[in-house]
Write a protein of this length. Structure first.
Length: 113
């Protein structure tokens, strides 16, 4: 048999991959969930105070806003113009469709009366 006709299984690629694979349950290493404390249980000592959490929230917000790449004023005005143009086009399309429907309805009602 020539080398070109050799299948993948014959070359041992699949068998080698299967032999090297570990077939076990990865959930065995996950620790079991801790039972929750009832009303009489100890409060969570790791949880920061409300003021600290609010302060951390605003610090994180400012930090994320510094990472944002803000567009230039020229780019904002160009995009604003594009949005206005598209809105105008859709207004004209909807007005034309509305006028057509009104005209057809007038023909229908006018023919009955």
């Amino acid at each position: 048999m020539s080398k070109k006709n050799k299948t993948v299984e014959e070359s041992g690629v699949i068998n080698q991959a299967l032999n090297n694979a570990e077939l076990r349950n990865d959930n065995a290493n996950v620790p079991a969930a801790q039972p929750k404390k009832g009303k009489g249980g100890k409060k969570n000592a790791d949880k920061p105070s409300v003021g600290t959490r609010i302060k951390n929230f605003f610090k994180g917000t400012v930090s994320e806003l510094k990472k944002v790449s803000w567009p230039t004023a020229a780019k904002v005005f160009a995009q604003f113009g594009t949005v206005c143009l598209v809105v105008l086009i859709f207004i004209l399309i909807i007005m034309g469709f509305d006028s057509l429907c009104a005209w057809l309805l007038e023909l229908l009602v006018g023919g009955i009366a």
